[in-house]
Each structure stands twice: as C-alpha cells, then as structure tokens.
Ligand binder design. Structure first.
Ligand code: IMP
Length: 423
C-alpha cells in the first residue's frame, strides 16, 4: 500500500499548455519527477530568474537541486538529443550526479527513426505536421516488436543483428535514405552505452519510493487532444499522453496514483495539422500569438491560436479523471476587451453537441457556439491570490471551472516561477 503521494500532470489541450511551469512549481514539494511518454518532440520551457531552460527529454524538475528525475519505459529516448541536453545542463552548473534515471525498458530512438519520420511526412497526401523527431516510427517499431531498448544495449551480437535489420528495413522503406545514416546510428549506439550507468527499473524505484513515503510527480508531454487513442486521430502523437498512460509509462498500477492535475491555457493553441474548432481569424490569431509568444519550443513553428474550448476541456477532465485544474497564461488576455469561450459545437446537420466528437473530419466542419465575457483590461501579473485578480478575471476563471467540471487549483500569471496563484 503506497504511503507517499503520486500526482500526474497532464496537458488538456493540444500540448504547449505550460506544463513545464506547473511541474516546476509542483516539483518544489516532491522527491521524484518522471516523464512517462513521448520523446524529444516535447519542449518544456522553464524560467528561473534571468535564465531560460528549454528541456525536451529530461524532466524540468532537474532544475531543482536534489530531485531525482526519471525517464520511464513509455518514453522513446533520443540518444543524441538526451546527451546534448545532459551536457548542456552540466555546463550550466546543474549537479546531475545520481539524479537522472532511465528505464531499462525505454526504447531507443535512433537516427533512422527521424529519417523515416521525414520521409513519411514528405510522401503523405495528408500530412500530420509532426515535429520530425522520429516519434511515430520509434513507437511503430516498439508496437511491431522490432524496437531496441536500453536493457538490450549489452546484447552483443544479437543486438548488432537487430540494429542491422532495423537499418535495412528503414532503408527499404525510404528507398535508400540519407547519406551517413549508418555512421550516425553507430555514433548514437556508442553514446547509448553511457545509458547503462543511468539505467533503472522505474516501476520498482517509484513503488519503493512511494512505500517509503516519497512524493512523486508523473509529468506528461503533449496534451489530451494529441493522445493516440483519445485525440484528434490521425493528427495526434504516437503515445498515450493522458493520465492512464502514466502508470503504464513508468511501471506502476493505477491505484498508486492519488491525484491528476490537468493543465489548460486560458485560451487554446495548436501546432501541427488537424482541426482547431475555436481558432481565431487571422488578425486576432497573430495578436494572441505575439502576446503569448506562441511559437513551438521544439520546432519554432507558429502555433495557431483560438478561444478557450470548454467542449475539449470537459472531455479532457473526463478522460483524465482530473482532480484539479491549473490554468496558465491568464495574463496573456489582460488587454483583451471581450473574451469568448466555446461552450458547444454546432454541427453541419443543423444540430448541436457538447461532446468532443471521435470523428475528426466532422470536427473540421463544426462551428463553435460562443459565450462572451467582458475582459478585465488590467494587469494580473502581480496577483498572488484569487482575491488580487480583477472581478472579470475571477468570473472568467469561475466559468472555466464550471464548464470543465473540475476545481481550479492553480493559476499562472507569468513566466516566472513566482507568478503563480495557489488556490
Ligand atoms: P510527433 O509527436 O512529432 O509525431 O507529432 C505529432 C503531432 O503532435 C503534431 O501535430 C505535432 O505538432 C504535435 N506535437 C508533438 N509534440 C508536441 C508538443 O510538445 N507540443 C505541441 N504539439 C506537439
């Protein structure tokens, strides 16, 4: 029976909700932070004083001295990117000694996965708009039982054979592939040997930690609408981003999880292709993108922006079993005179629905039904409590809470660690 506390932090929109900031704040009070899915497609930006850290694979908790950070079995580990990040953190004076653990069962993401990702996007008639980080092909290999895991690294000839076969298969699929692919793979595998010293059984480590009273944070990447099963398929990523993926992705059972914090931005953004029902008209789109700095942390791509979509938020609350909601970037709306919330979708057949549809093509043609709220047109960036917020900002949050159906527990009003309201 677990005696510690285990919390999952999950994105409730299309990723980029500001999970990095929320994890950074919550990390203060936990002992271990673990990533449970995804790979270097994620980009978590954390601001500490004048410094900005963008992390793709290592949990953002690493910025907090002494915390243990794990990459679970559900992660596809990009070896080159991982060590680049590792070295960059070490160069900036972060003490990493004994602080990073990598699941023995995590799959390796190698250069041919990235080449396959690019080739597949180039050829597709309907492009996903992936980050190009090799995520789909790495999870395909995992599900196809052809993957290479951290635990396989000492496998000698058997490992060699697998690598050779994987490379050949990739070449066949690409009709050749980029020059130098084999030497890049060799370089990755050489580097990957260093992973053995970081390898751990994340499930055992977390279970024992929880039994000993430790507090654990399981950090999701991307968001609910990008979940392989529950998102806007096929415009999704290739892993289970939702809270149920957390147990599978680190190796603990669902009964070990105590709470699930869902992160929503005070408006909506999406990067990559696929429908965004509450998307803005071009002028407002650019305005909010500029105000919110809405450019991808991994690819630099401009994010599409839109009003808060309560249909999606309510769906996310249900799918993730949220116990609390963290609203981020409220301050981005500080200057907006009128703020809308999508409360339902009008469908092509003249009907209306409050449910997030499984049919992604139909989602492309729905028209959101909006309710409009007066903006607060005041600075929220120094608010420390809900009472410090303008009346209209509080009313906006109350409505988000009511429509989402889960209590708001945190509100972020700026990029700094200190710009947070704990409810
Ligand atoms: P992939 O994960 O690179 O295969 O990309 C699949 C979809 O997920 C694309 O629409 C990407 O833009 C999106 N995506 C992947 N990672 C992130 C992220 O961290 N934030 C936002 N969107 C993401």
């Amino acid at each position: 029976m677990a005696t510690g506390q285990c919390t999952v932090v999950v994105g409730c929109q299309w990723g980029d909700e500001g999970k990095g900031k929320i994890v950074d704040v919550l990390a203060e009070d936990v002992d271990v932070i673990a990533r449970y899915q995804g790979g270097a497609n994620a980009g978590h930006t954390v601001h500490v004083g004048e410094e900005e850290f963008i992390l793709h694979q290592i949990p953002s908790g690493i910025i907090h001295p002494g915390k243990r950070c794990l990459l679970g079995n559900g992660v596809v580990l990009d070896v080159l990117q991982f060590f680049e990040e590792y070295e960059a953190l070490a160069e900036r004076g972060i003490d990493l000694g004994g602080r990073i653990g990598v699941s023995e069962r995590a799959h390796l993401l190698l250069p041919f996965h990235k080449a396959l990702d690019h080739a597949s996007e180039d050829r597709a008639s309907e492009k996903i708009g992936t980050t190009g980080r090799g995520i789909g092909p790495a999870y395909e290999a995992k599900a196809g039982r052809r993957g290479l895991r951290v635990a396989d690294l000492g496998g000698g000839e058997r490992m060699e054979k697998r690598v050779h076969e994987a490379l050949e298969r990739a070449r066949q699929r690409m009709g050749g592939g980029p020059d130098g692919l084999e030497s890049e793979v060799r370089e990755s595998l050489k580097l990957a040997e260093r992973l053995s010293s970081l390898a751990t059984d994340t499930g055992r480590e977390l279970t024992e930690g929880l039994r000993a009273g430790k507090r654990v944070l399981l950090e999701g990447a991307q968001g609910t609408a990008l979940d392989l099963d529950h998102g806007t398929y096929p415009f999704v990523t290739s892993s289970n981003t939702t809270s149920s993926g957390a147990g599978t992705g680190v190796g603990i059972g669902p009964t070990a999880i105590d709470s699930v914090v869902g992160v929503v931005k005070a408006y909506t953004t999406r990067v990559g292709n696929g429908p965004l029902p509450s998307g803005f008209e071009p002028e407002m789109d650019q305005h909010i993108r500029d105000l919110g700095g809405e450019y991808g942390a991994t690819t630099g791509r401009p994010r599409r922006c839109g009003w808060f979509d309560a249909v999606l938020a309510r769906y996310s609350a249900r799918v993730n079993g949220l116990t609390g909601v963290a609203v981020t970037k409220l301050d981005v709306l500080d200057t907006i005179a009128e703020i809308s919330i999508a409360v339902a979708y009008s469908t092509e057949d003249g009907g209306s629905t409050g449910e997030f549809p499984a049919d992604t093509w139909s989602l492309e043609s729905v028209r959101p039904r909006y309710e409009t709220h007066p903006g607060w047109q005041a600075d929220t960036t120094r608010a420390k409590t809900l009472a410090d917020l303008p009346k209209n900002a509080r009313a906006y949050l109350d409505r988000i809470e009511e429509l989402t159906g889960a209590p708001i527990t945190m509100v972020s009003v700026g990029t700094e660690r200190t710009q947070i309201i704990l409810v």
